[in-house]
Design a protein around this ligand. Structure first.
Ligand SMILES: NC(=O)c1ccc[n+]([C@@H]2O[C@H](COP(=O)([O-])OP(=O)(O)OC[C@H]3O[C@@H](n4cnc5c(N)ncnc54)[C@H](OP(=O)(O)O)[C@@H]3O)[C@@H](O)[C@H]2O)c1
Ligand SMILES: *[C@@H]1O[C@H](CO)[C@@H](O)[C@H](O)[C@H]1NC(C)=O
Length: 216
């Protein structure tokens, strides 16, 4: 009886250790080995254009620059035409890629999509950063429960206007730092926090437990 129990105990401990080792190995692979990812050529091969909603500030702006740095042309979508034009110019100046801007307010109804479709016509789009969002409460709340979070990036706190420009450090990341790391997780995980610090903070179940690698 005792022997059976100790064998069961040893097996359980081995299983837990293996699970933890797998979680750590995956975290290292996804977040600490940027060159493990498929690389810039693979990203460019998905299509010449990246579309970023909410592209003129914070996380979307940082993503737009990150993909332009990798040689993609960028479609910027948000509400303010002056900000859009200024940001598009800045991307062209800094990274030498093409841009297009589309003015749209996502609090509108289905009528906004005609102009978006028109603006995207003829483009070979490889990347969509569907980032637009707004704060409607002083605390973060869950608006939608996604049944399948694959194609999802869930950061913890990134210092933007939305988070009252929180001071950056170990826990809070600047949008630039965060987006650079988040882009490195492309192709490695179907659901990511974007960076190691945020993965640890959320103990992301995909990363640390089930480890389902499929897509970006
Ligand atoms: N910051 C964080 O810690 C954090 C954490 C988790 C998730 N997120 C999510 O990340 C996304 C970006 O957040 P952020 O912190 O980068 O926000 P942000 O700095 O406030 O930037 C928001 C961007 O979206 C545009 N925008 C806002 N409302 C819009 C609307 N109704 N229609 C079209 N464009 C609109 C803004 O430009 P205009 O004002 O010119 O339109 C701006 O470019 C949001 O979905 C947010 O929920 C953020
Ligand atoms: C920052 O957020 C506040 C509301 O939280 C908003 O009134 C203001 O317009 C935002 N500033 C910018 C530059 O988007």
């Amino acid at each position: 009886m005792w022997e059976l129990l100790s064998v069961l105990g040893a097996l359980t401990a081995a299983g837990l250790l293996l699970g933890a080792a797998w979680g750590v190995a995956r975290a290292v692979y996804i977040y600490l080995l940027p060159w493990a990812g498929p690389g810039d050529a693979w990203i460019r091969a998905q299509g010449a254009w990246a579309v970023v909603t909410g592209a003129t500030d914070g996380i979307g702006q940082a993503y737009a620059h990150e993909f332009a740095k990798k040689g993609l042309n960028i479609v910027l979508i948000s509400r303010n035409m002056d900000k859009l034009k200024k940001e598009a110019k800045e991307i062209e100046r800094l990274h030498g890629t093409d841009t297009r801007v589309i003015q749209a307010d996502f609090t509108g109804g289905l009528e906004i999509y005609g102009a978006i479709e028109e603006g995207l016509k003829g483009l070979e789009i490889g990347v969509l950063v569907n980032n637009v969002g707004m704060n409607y409460s002083p605390l973060f709340r869950k608006l939608l429960d996604c049944e399948n979070p694959a194609q999802t990036v869930s950061p913890s706190t990134v210092s933007t206007n939305m988070t009252y420009n929180a001071k950056t450090g170990l826990l809070v990341k600047s949008p630039q730092d965060w987006a650079e790391q988040a882009v490195h997780t492309l192709g490695l995980s179907s659901h990511t926090s974007g960076c190691l610090s945020h993965a640890i903070q959320s103990l992301d179940s995909q990363v640390f437990v089930s480890g389902g690698v499929d897509n970006a």
